[in-house]
Design a protein around this ligand. Structure first.
Ligand code: ATP
Length: 254
């Protein structure tokens, strides 16, 4: 499903944190959002997910303003994996992932085999099935991150929004989670700090000082000039001889 930001801004007191961002992410697209610390990525993702109301402008889910859609239908459509998400202690990994099914349950559609399968598939997708009975509070940071992603997958959303999902992950799990995200047939918007990981997205948007300053294919948008202007580092582009992929190498302050 398509997700659109139509001139959205968000203000804290007198400070504009996100300024007039317009963006349309198409059905099935994987869109990477990059930008320095404090550039407004998380704030924009929260507005796109419908959990923070814009100070001005609007978010459209398909063609409908998100504010006009019931919370339940928004939750059936969009899953958000936040950056430092925590959850209450004394629940197991499976309990945490089962929470992803909440938007689909009601008196008329109680927990069923279908829900059981969605939870099992999600645990398997992030490689956490063996830890399903473990208590949440005994998990490492990376394991918690994978459980949060599993909870979002169990939700079976049409739009998946992830805020730095590879933050706490070892390199194997970084690559497997990114490959999983790229394979999912859903609209995905993912904030990333690793610009080489962003290179694998269909399109990339760059946030700088609350504005979306560039949008387009990664090789065009992540130019050495743009990286120097926005991130204040010098970059060179190297080509991997094994597959011709472009890799960025960074050289500290320009
Ligand atoms: N409720 C708030 N009140 C005041 N300032 C806020 C509030 N929420 C966010 N900010 C500020 O807005 C700016 C953007 O924050 P945001 O978390 O969106 O940035 P980000 O690009 O996701 O950063 P990071 O890469 O560090 O995660 C930051 O300077 C932050 O301190």
């Amino acid at each position: 499903m398509k997700l659109t930001a139509d001139g959205v801004s968000w203000q804290a007191g007198a400070t504009l944190i996100v300024q007039s961002v317009s963006l349309a992410v198409g059905a099935g697209e994987t869109f990477g959002l990059v930008g320095p610390n404090g550039s407004g990525k998380s704030t924009l993702l929260k507005m796109l997910a419908g959990i923070r109301a814009p100070s001005s402008g609007r978010i459209l889910l398909g063609d409908e303003p998100i504010g006009a859609i019931s919370r339940r239908r928004v939750a059936q459509t969009i899953a958000l994996v936040e950056q430092l998400a925590d959850t209450i202690d004394r629940i197991t990994v499976r309990d945490a992932v089962e929470l992803g099914r909440t938007p689909w349950l009601s008196a008329l559609s109680p927990w069923s085999v279908r829900d059981e399968e969605a939870v099992a598939d999600a645990l398997r997708a992030v490689g956490m099935e063996r830890l399903a009975t473990r208590s949440w509070h005994t998990l490492s940071g990376g394991e918690r991150q994978r459980v949060h992603i599993a909870r979002a997958l169990a939700q079976e959303p049409s739009i998946l929004i992830l805020d730095e999902p590879t933050n706490h992950l070892d390199i194997h799990h970084q690559l497997s989670i990114l490959a999983l995200i790229a394979r999912l047939p859903v609209t995905t918007i993912v904030a990333l700090h690793d610009l080489n990981q962003a290179m694998a997205c269909d399109r990339v948007g760059i946030m700088d000082g609350g504005r979306l300053v560039a949008v387009g294919p990664p090789r065009e948008v992540l130019s050495t000039e743009r990286i120097e202007t926005t991130f204040a580092v010098r970059a060179t582009i190297c080509v991997d001889p094994s597959d011709g992929a472009h890799l960025l190498r960074f050289h500290g302050t320009p």
